[in-house]
Design a binder for this molecule. Structure first.
Ligand code: NAG
Ligand code: NAG
Ligand code: NAG
Ligand code: NAG
Ligand code: ZN
Ligand code: ZN
Length: 586
């Protein structure tokens, strides 16, 4: 048997010997290193928690109501314990049960525990809904009846976990079950404190509509992250006074005890029929839908009406020269194996990269950024299509690719709320003109712009991309990328030293004003057939936001490489892969 019983956070009977070997912060094995732990499944394919995107949730009529046994009994709480990772409430053995709710069989409830952020109102739920993290989350953990712990973690649905979000209220009434429960929180670890108050699980969740929930198959969210959990995440949060919620970090001394979001990797999230999927999330680019770009400001948590929005029109003449805008250093941009998967979001085609593989620095950014994903904006399938987001002197290019990078020292949550938390690189894409001859003279093809090279061909990476577009024609579909495909090859030999720089926003809701924009002057030239494949394969077109007012912002520009010898510059700016960099540094 490969499972080490000692590392199960579930088990109430077995001492948690792994407590000192993993952590959320401040030790060697933080979440990104959990996969390295002995017997760990944390690097697997169906990990939890996940971000639940309402847009991609599928209703499932078989997700009916739950049946609970003894959830209303006020005699089932045994003890509360701080295990160094969370506050866990232990239930009496074999008294609490649940079934129904689309689960196969009956589950015996053994404990519940919490995930939270810090005392500075930093939220700490594990699951997020449309990217929103709630202040806190409670997990009620049950094991399939009749299975031992060892058997349960080997069964793909051996464990049923119920997740409840919390919302902080200003409610004055503190004489409720939550103030009784929080009174038992303790910073001393591994000491079981008996719960004398008479509290039931129902007392804690009474206001939540238990027919409204999401369902997906995932894992434990602590090592060994066994992929044995049928997750139920309730849509409605438990509402508790914010002072009581703060007791969790204050009294336990534990902060930010939640695992970061894991990739769905093609998994589906289902919802019970009662879940109301909010229409507010149905934003679009077209003018004939409910939330067209001019109405994005009305969406919840929207920044789209702010004063540093993107995209913008760049007036080349008015751009201010800035000597500090030097060359970029790219790490692993030429690696052909860092794209994890490609997905059709209904708004774009997005390629998501291996976490932490690609990096970006230099270019006057002042921080190291790690590359998360890249995606495309396009117009129609006509030969003169215009679909870029940025425009230069009011000229709109056929397409634009955005390479999205997050400051390496910040979490994604922090980055989208920091003024320069994200760095996005924008490249225009246009058709290469097909030249008839390779002669050095220009007089023959006066209609054709002379700055387009004659040797453009469809490279391997563009071929791979076009193959994958075939595979993701339905909205929401996602395919693992196994063919060789690199960003460096998609961009070709475009000049990386000449660019514009300004402070702006994400160009899709919630339009967070957290982006340092780099818009490259030279466009990527591709075979014309590659431009039309985006609208043709996906079935949607004109996926770009109109340009936004500058509101007095300045746009800066690289000084223009006249002074430096081009050969030296090239050496500095070449895609530096990790294996080569020590050589270059010497
Ligand atoms: C419910 O809990 C009570 C004690 O609180 C226990 O006696 C009873 O057996 C439990 N019911 C079931 C069905 O387990
Ligand atoms: C219930 O069993 C079916 C058939 O084996 C399976 O497809 C489904 O995922 C199971 N659902 C849960 C929640 O365990
Ligand atoms: C635990 O709490 C006690 C009393 O509130 C406090 O004196 C002590 O410093 C705390 N210990 C830790 C390790 O936080
Ligand atoms: C962007 O904003 C940051 C922080 O306010 C500032 O330091 C920086 O100079 C701005 N950059 C540009 C290009 O405006
Ligand atoms: Zn948990
Ligand atoms: Zn974009």
């Amino acid at each position: 048997m490969r499972i080490s019983l000692t590392v199960l956070c579930l088990s109430v009977l077995i001492k948690d010997a792994s407590a000192s070997t993993w952590c959320y912060t401040g030790c060697e094995h933080t979440p990104s290193r959990w996969p390295d732990l002995d017997g760990s499944f944390c690097g697997g394919q169906r990990q939890s928690p996940v971000d639940i995107q309402n847009r991609h949730v599928e209703k499932d009529d078989s997700l009916g109501s739950f049946s609970f046994v003894n959830f209303s009994s006020r005699h089932t709480f045994r003890a509360i314990v701080n295990n160094g990772h969370t506050a866990k409430l232990l239930l009496k053995d074999n008294e609490v049960e649940l079934s129904g709710g689309g689960l196969n069989g009956t589950y015996s409830t053994i404990q519940f525990h919490f995930h939270w952020g810090d005392t500075e109102h930093h939220p700490g739920s594990e699951h997020t809904i449309d990217g929103r993290r709630y202040p806190m989350e409670m997990h009620i953990v049950s094991m399939k009846k009749g299975l031992s712990v060892a058997q349960a973690v080997e069964d793909s649905a051996g464990i049923a976990a119920l997740g409840f979000f919390f919302d902080a209220t200003e409610d004055e009434d503190l004489s409720n079950p939550w103030s009784a429960l929080t009174s038992y929180l303790l910073n001393q670890t591994d000491t079981e404190v008996n719960v004398a108050h008479l509290i039931s699980i129902d007392d804690l969740i009474e206001d939540v509509d238990l027919t409204k929930y999401y369902r997906y198959m995932g894992s434990l969210t602590t090592p060994s992250c066994n992929e044995a959990v049928a997750w139920t995440v309730f849509q409605e949060p438990i509402r508790v006074n914010r002072i009581l919620l703060q007791q969790f970090p204050l009294k336990t001394g534990l902060t930010n005890v939640y695992r970061p979001i894991q990739d769905l990797r093609g998994r589906k999230v289902f919802s019970s029929p009662a879940v109301l999927l909010p229409p507010s999330h149905v934003w679009c680019y077209a003018e004939d839908c409910d939330f067209s770009p001019s109405k994005w400001t009305l969406l919840p948590d929207s920044h789209c009406g702010g004063e540093r929005q993107s995209p913008v029109n760049i007036e080349a003449q008015n751009a201010v020269k800035d000597e500090r805008l030097d060359g970029f250093a790219f790490t692993k941009f030429d690696d052909k194996h860092v794209v994890k998967y490609i997905t059709n979001t209904g708004h774009t085609v997005k390629l998501v990269l291996e976490e932490g593989a690609m990096e970006l620095s230099g270019g006057g950014l002042g921080h190291v950024y790690s590359t998360l994903q890249f995606h495309f904006h396009w117009g129609s399938s006509s030969p003169n299509s215009e679909g870029s987001e940025h425009t230069i002197d009011s000229r709109r290019f056929p397409m634009e690719v955005h390479i999205v990078n997050k400051r390496k020292d910040l979490t994604l949550d922090e980055a989208v709320n920091a003024t320069t938390g994200l760095a996005v690189l924008g490249f225009f894409i246009e058709a290469a003109a097909s030249k008839s001859s390779g002669g050095g003279e220009n007089h023959e093809d006066s209609e054709v712009s002379s700055d387009i090279p004659s040797h453009v061909s469809v490279t391997g990476s563009w071929k791979a991309l076009s193959n994958y577009l075939e595979a993701i024609q339905t909205i929401g579909s996602q395919v693992e990328v196994t063919e060789e495909l690199s960003l460096a090859e998609l961009l070709g030999d475009v000049d990386l030293t000449s660019y514009y720089r300004y402070n702006g926003s994400l160009t899709t809701p919630s339009c967070n004003e957290a982006v340092v924009w780099t818009v490259f002057k030279e466009s990527v030239k591709v075979d014309p057939s590659l431009l039309t494949m985006f609208p043709n394969r996906t079935g949607f077109r004109d996926v770009f936001r109109p340009t936004q007012s500058l509101h007095g912002r300045k746009i800066y520009t690289t000084a223009g490489g006249s002074a430096l010898a081009p050969v030296e510059l090239l050496l500095l700016l070449f895609f530096v892969s990790v294996s080569l960099s020590p050589v270059i540094a010497n």
